[in-house]
Write a protein of this length. Structure first.
Length: 482
């Protein structure tokens, strides 16, 4: 049940992560599409003009920024032949009422004497931290566009990462020539102008994406297969207590112009992500179930204990004397038969002593049955303590006892048992304040010399006991007569 609760909660958290990560991907894709549509609108608006005008370009860009204030910055790159560089710089200086100079990176290895230049001629809005981009030649190999505007080029694309005012970003570009209206993507050669949009990677992510506890976002730009990805945006979760479960992750590579962008989403759930009401309900249900199971197990245990006690009680009643606790006739016969079978296999002997108390009826008549019962209990204790653990002392009837010796080593051991039985009655018995002097007579039968079965052995031992008691009685009468 505990494992099921954990599995259910993990599945719920995993489902929450799938839904949340899909919402993030959807929102970012929507942002990318809106930026691409804004750039295309800017480019098509300029290409629809009969003659290119920087003022008109600014108006179109500002109009688009009013509808989409989250856009970072529009730009325009214009084609300049290498031989017209000085003339173009002078023309731009006059139109902008300030100095303008085409910036060609010194680290560029391309021969600038023959190739066309694509300097940035317009920034809208002209942000202070981005003014250094004005005049930058985007056709050079070391520029953000890595020479993608020279030679046979596509009408649109994406640059490698650049540093903007609020962090890493990139440029997306779109040609603004009229010839794009007629099979533009099949037209070889260069375009005269490009519309550009600077994208700040941070603006792609809304605050609700970044503030989610346990969620980390990682946006990379795959510039080429040979170079490692460049990190455009990275958010780290707050340092809070995380659940001890495996983290969840998802990678997504965007399509179209933004195909170089790869978004990695990782989620390590925090404690506050748990559904406490559901867990509480499950735990309460588990506790109730455990209580019910415990109650059932207790009932089963008590029932089995009662049945065991009943069986034990029935067994004791059937095999033990209720007064002395000694084996009764049933258990004695069973052990005697087992001893005979064992002696037959091993060619050994079995001895049976039959003991009867002398004049025990007088004790009951004089002192009552309660005193007689206590006397029997004390005699049983003395008998049990004087015999070995493997011997059986049984009470078969009233004041009659049987001692079974299943294995004995010879006549010496039998004499030792006889001596124990004779000395058993030398010490008096005390029941309360009553001191009793009790004696007993015993007879002996041995297997296989005297009999070969249990009944025969018991019958012969009983007769031997009776003859010994009779002889003792006659001797006592003769002494009294004399």
């Amino acid at each position: 049940m505990a494992g099921s609760i954990i599995a259910l909660e993990y599945d719920r958290l995993e489902s929450h992560f799938d839904t949340f990560s899909q919402n993030i991907i959807t929102k970012v894709e929507q942002q990318l599409r809106e930026q691409q549509l804004a750039l295309e609108s800017f480019a098509h608006g300029l290409s629809s003009q009969s003659e290119y005008s920087y003022i008109q370009a600014q108006n179109i860009a500002q109009s688009l920024l009013q509808h989409s204030p989250d856009l970072y910055m529009f730009a325009v790159a214009s084609r300049v032949e290498s031989g017209q560089r000085e003339e173009f710089e002078q023309q731009m200086s006059r139109s902008q009422s300030r100095g303008f100079r085409i910036q060609t990176p010194t680290s560029s290895t391309t021969d600038n004497s023959t190739q066309s230049l694509y300097p940035i001629v317009l920034l809208v809005p002209e942000r202070p931290e981005a003014r250094s981009l004005l005049g930058l030649d985007l056709a050079s190999e070391s520029s953000a566009l890595s020479g993608r505007l020279s030679g046979i080029v596509a009408p649109s694309g994406m640059s490698k990462p650049i540093l903007l005012g609020n962090g890493p970003g990139y440029l997306i570009y779109h040609a603004i020539d009229r010839q794009l209206d007629h099979q533009g993507h099949k037209m070889p050669g260069q375009f005269s102008r490009y519309a550009l949009l600077a994208v700040s990677a941070e603006t792609l992510f809304a605050p609700w994406m970044i503030d989610e506890p346990g969620l980390s976002l990682h946006l990379d730009n795959l510039t080429s297969a040979d170079s490692p990805p460049v990190i455009l945006f990275e958010s780290q979760p707050q340092q809070e207590f995380a659940l001890p479960i495996p983290s969840m992750s998802r990678n997504h590579q965007f399509a179209g112009t933004s195909s170089n962008l790869v978004l990695n989403i990782q989620y390590q759930p925090r404690w506050q992500a748990l559904d406490l009401w559901q867990l509480t309900g499950l735990l309460v249900g588990l506790c109730l179930l455990m209580l019910q199971v415990g109650w059932v197990l207790r009932r089963v245990w008590r029932t089995r204990q009662y049945l065991f006690e009943q069986q034990q009680s029935l067994y004791n009643k059937a095999h033990f004397d209720h007064l002395t606790g000694l084996p009764n006739t049933n258990l004695l016969l069973d052990r005697l038969e087992q001893a005979i079978r064992s002696a037959q296999r091993t060619s050994s002997q079995v001895a049976v002593f039959f003991l009867d108390l002398d004049d025990f009826k007088q004790v009951n008549d004089a002192w009552g049955h309660d005193v007689g019962d206590q006397l029997l209990i004390q005699i049983a204790v003395r008998l049990r303590d004087s015999m070995r653990s493997e011997d059986t002392v049984a009470r078969i009837h009233g004041d009659e006892f049987v001692i079974l010796i299943p294995i004995f080593s010879g006549e010496h051991q039998l004499n030792k048992v006889r001596g124990k039985l004779e000395t058993l009655f030398e010490r008096p018995f005390k029941v309360g304040d009553i001191v009793l002097q009790q004696s007993g007579s015993f007879g002996l039968a041995i297997f296989p010399e005297d009999a070969d079965d249990a009944e025969g052995l018991l019958g012969l031992a009983d007769r031997q006991m009776y003859l010994r008691k009779q002889n003792r009685s006659e001797q006592c009468n003769a002494i009294k007569t004399a």
